[in-house]
Design a protein around this ligand. Structure first.
Ligand code: SF4
Length: 374
């Protein structure tokens, strides 16, 4: 049985053609599935009975079993989806005024092992399929419409910032983005669809060509010595290479800036020296055309990290320094803390295949390159 959630509109049209159907039938079917949330072909009354019968024997809408749902006091909802073999992934809905953002997972676990990230500490099991990525949005959108009694769209923004490094799952990611963007699907605008990456440079270049959407980059450090410790991928794609790729991305990006995520870690990357180094770094790359905004993220501590959240005064001082240097800077309000749905806390169940615990046990505590100056 094929899973229709695996298909973007072009792939669905090709599939319908195999069944002897024209493209407009694929559009009708796509709209039933994604815009109306239908999973039962019998409901799709404007499709010819013969097509409905063919589909009933060959195809399904592969919803993921929901094995947990937690609502936070601030309106955030987190779902845990079973993806089989003991793996579960999370998606989080964050309402904010008129805007509804869904944070979507791309992998069961993550192989990147970023120091401050709960998912990274779980190791990696496997890539999600396109259908499993889309199923998180399919479920959340139609659940929320029913739950809130709304006929129109609830989710206006999608951020690929859940579990996993989306650009390490590129071939499944891109058709999922197409479905999210399609006017016959979820109609999310390119500016409101964000892929977040720890800096997989070659795939950033491909994304700019194949499906340019808004880009967020997990920076977290102003220099290679510290970033090597916090984001191990930096050893492969160091900061200057990464920022040059960001500048290149802007030529096709739907927004005229890249968002840099910076997780504020007490005594590690939050000193005035770090802010000054970031300002110098950004100024150097601005001369080559880089435009950037900063998003400072209060760290959400978890026991295995050995790291602490920066104090509010320190975060504010850091933000002030960047702002005074002309860098647009926001401090992310942590949402959903009470249900472990805040940034860096997403950690479904993962059958790790990467021996992450042995690797992490061999690592020394995070180096503090400028500790003397703190
Ligand atoms: S921050 Fe992102 S890339 Fe790094 S370990 Fe966590 S999920 Fe993976």
């Amino acid at each position: 049985m094929v899973n229709l959630l695996d298909f973007d509109l072009d792939a669905l049209a090709a599939y319908c053609e195999q069944l002897g159907e024209k493209r407009f039938r694929a559009i009708q079917l796509f709209r039933w599935v994604h815009q109306r949330g239908a999973a039962d072909f019998g409901q799709m009354t404007d499709l010819a009975r013969s097509l409905r019968e063919k589909l009933a024997h060959r195809a399904r809408v592969g919803a993921l079993p929901v094995i947990g749902q937690h609502a936070s006091g601030d309106g955030v909802i987190k779902w845990l989806f079973d993806v089989g073999d003991g793996n579960a992934v999370e998606a989080v809905f964050i309402p904010e005024g008129e805007r509804g953002t869904l944070c979507v997972s791309s992998q069961a676990g993550c192989a990147m092992a970023c120091r401050f990230c709960a998912t990274g500490h779980q190791g990696f099991s496997r890539n999600l399929t396109t259908g499993e990525i889309v199923a998180q949005l399919w479920f959340a959108e139609h659940f929320l419409r029913r739950h809130l009694g709304r006929a129109e769209r609830v989710i206006s923004n999608v951020v690929m910032m859940g579990m996993g490094e989306p650009l390490q799952n590129y071939t499944a990611l891109v058709p999922a983005l197409h479905t999210m963007l399609s006017d016959h699907g979820y109609g999310i605008s390119r500016r409101r669809l964000t892929v977040s990456t720890s800096g997989v440079v070659p795939m950033m270049q491909r994304l700019a060509q194949d499906c340019p959407v808004a880009l967020a980059v997990s920076l977290h450090a102003p220099d290679d010595a510290l970033r090597d410790e916090l984001v191990p991928l930096n050893r492969k794609y160091p900061i200057d290479t990464l920022l040059a790729a960001c500048t290149g991305y802007l030529a096709r990006a739907p927004r005229d800036f890249i968002t840099f995520e910076y997780c504020m870690l007490d005594g590690v990357n939050d000193a005035p020296e770090h802010a000054r180094a970031l300002i110098d770094l950004l100024a150097r790359h601005a001369r080559a055309g880089l435009r950037a905004k900063f998003n400072l993220i209060p760290f959400n501590p978890f026991p295995a990290s050995g790291l602490r959240r920066s104090g509010a005064a320190r975060v504010a001082a850091f933000a002030r320094m960047l702002g005074e240097a002309g860098i647009v800077t926001t401090v992310r309000r942590s949402r959903g803390d009470d249900i472990d749905a805040a940034c860096g806390q997403l950690a479904g169940d993962v059958r790790d295949r990467t021996r992450v615990h042995q690797r992490l046990a061999r690592r020394h505590p995070v180096a503090l390159p400028s500790a003397g100056a703190l």
